[in-house]
Design a binder for this molecule. Structure first.
Ligand SMILES: Cc1ncc(COP(=O)(O)O)c(C=O)c1O
Length: 445
């Protein structure tokens, strides 16, 4: 009986602590404030008969997650598990006010907690995961991350669905990509499923930060850095894996009228090269792009279209994968994206679009090299229909204009009544916000 009483008290105490932000606000006679505009409630519910339901998905289709067990190098040592997770909740004075979903600027606001997992080879490998109040990191100035950019990261989102449940999108793919980046950086690899469970707990604790609107979401930034305080260019025997959360607005919501983007395509600059790390999500890939983005902005253009090689191959657009819908030389409609040849980041949105489009069977779907010569020729022959970038941040971003070698190439992406980019955007966001039941939308509660 005593044991039962203690259990109930512990359980109650935990509930109180996890919901402390609500109690404090109630005590202050305020309405419970969450990242909300209330727009979600107006959204069409999945049970509405007008809402297009996706066909029942056959478990043998490629939509089902296929996370293969990761093969760690023996020297990595012990792995962490989510069952070791320790939670230290923020004290009332450490809680931050939540911004309105309408005022969200990408990556500016952060939630109350973070997840940290240390790695020390001399202590046997990965240490116990810990959720704690958001805090600054204290690192030795010689830490390898500061000198040789021993750093990698991921970008994922948690969405509050129309059913009120929180979902993340194909997280096993982020984990596979993160481990691939860790391997290339000489950083320790980890069990992706365990890390997903730890991050899900973090999101659950900070759940009121997941915007109550389809126009926004909670961005997850898992990061892995080498922290060994020695200046040798060598693998780091100590590392820190952490996740911070930031509520972010959508670039635009599906169905909304949106403007196409304009691009600078300058063959003097390249983002990735064969044998390099363009296919890994490492911080060192991004710093050298900042000046070129500034140049594009100075020319009144919004993003950079990254080219490679003497034949000016189109690789990526800004921090998105590139897609082109055209009528090919044989007169067929064809959706094309550059192949995963080492120059291209294997985007989760890219992979999802390829799966959906192949399943729709409305047009040919191809992964092949596209050159600016082909783009120009097809454009003059009126065979280009749409171009768009695709990524977690904006889902799909239609392209309207490319400034290339002194010429403005006008792309008719926005000239169609029912464009493919919009069909893709709607389907993906419907899965993410739970309007379409789909194995890619993983509920975390
Ligand atoms: C260079 C680059 N390409 C493509 C993408 C799109 O990848 P994902 O769809 O996984 O967000 C990103 C964003 O992560 C990126 O940084």
């Amino acid at each position: 009986m005593k044991c039962l009483q203690r259990l109930t008290t512990t359980h109650l105490l935990r509930r109180v602590l996890e919901n402390q932000h609500k109690f404090i606000q109630l005590l202050q006679q305020q309405q419970v404030r969450s990242c909300s505009t209330g727009r979600l409630q107006e959204a069409i519910k999945p049970e509405d008969e007008d809402y297009p339901q996706l066909k029942t998905i056959d478990p043998s289709t490629s939509y089902y997650p296929t996370s293969k067990p990761f093969k760690h190098a023996p020297e990595v040592g012990d792995q962490f598990t989510h069952s070791q997770l320790a939670v230290r909740l923020a004290a009332p004075h450490q809680l931050h006010p939540k911004p309105d979903a309408d005022d969200l600027v990408f990556g500016k606001h952060f939630t109350d907690h973070m997840l940290k997992i240390a790695y020390h080879r001399r202590l046997g490998g990965w240490q116990k995961p810990e959720i704690m109040p958001m805090e600054n990191l204290v690192l030795h100035p010689a830490a390898k991350v500061f000198h040789y950019a021993v750093e990698l990261f991921e970008g994922m989102k948690a969405y509050r669905g129309v059913d009120g449940r929180i979902r993340i999108f194909r997280p096993e793919m982020n984990m596979a990509r993160m481990n691939a980046s860790a391997q290339r950086s000489g950083l320790p690899t980890f069990e992706g499923d365990e890390f997903i469970k730890c991050m899900s707990r973090l999101v659950t604790i900070d759940q009121e930060w997941v915007p109550h609107t389809e126009a926004a979401s909670l961005y997850l930034r898992p990061t892995l850095i080498g922290i060994e305080p020695t200046l040798g260019v060598a693998s780091s025997d100590s590392a820190l894996l952490y996740t911070i959360l930031s509520p972010v607005g959508g670039y635009f919501t599906a169905g909304a009228t949106s403007m196409g983007v304009s691009l600078l395509a300058d063959p003097r600059y390249t983002r990735a090269w064969p044998g390099g790390v363009g296919d890994r999500k490492m911080g060192s890939n991004y710093a050298p792009t900042i000046q070129i983005q500034k140049e594009a902005t100075a020319q009144g253009l919004q993003q950079v279209l990254w080219l490679y090689g003497e034949d000016h191959q189109v690789t990526e657009v800004g921090t998105m994968n590139f897609f082109m819908l055209m009528v090919n030389e044989q007169g067929e409609r064809e959706l094309i994206t550059p192949p995963l040849n080492g120059l291209i980041l294997p985007g989760i949105t890219r992979d999802s679009i390829l799966h959906l489009a192949r399943d729709w069977k409305q047009f040919k779907v191809t992964e092949r090299t596209i050159t600016m010569f082909e783009v120009k020729k097809a454009l003059y022959e009126n065979r280009i229909l749409e171009m768009f970038g695709a990524g977690t941040a904006c889902v799909v971003s239609p392209i309207e204009r490319i400034y290339y070698m002194g010429e403005n190439l006008m792309i008719p992406t926005l000239d169609h009544d029912e464009p493919v980019w919009k069909q893709i955007c709607t389907t993906l966001t419907d899965i993410q916000y739970g309007k379409i039941k789909h194995p890619w939308g993983v509920t975390i509660d």
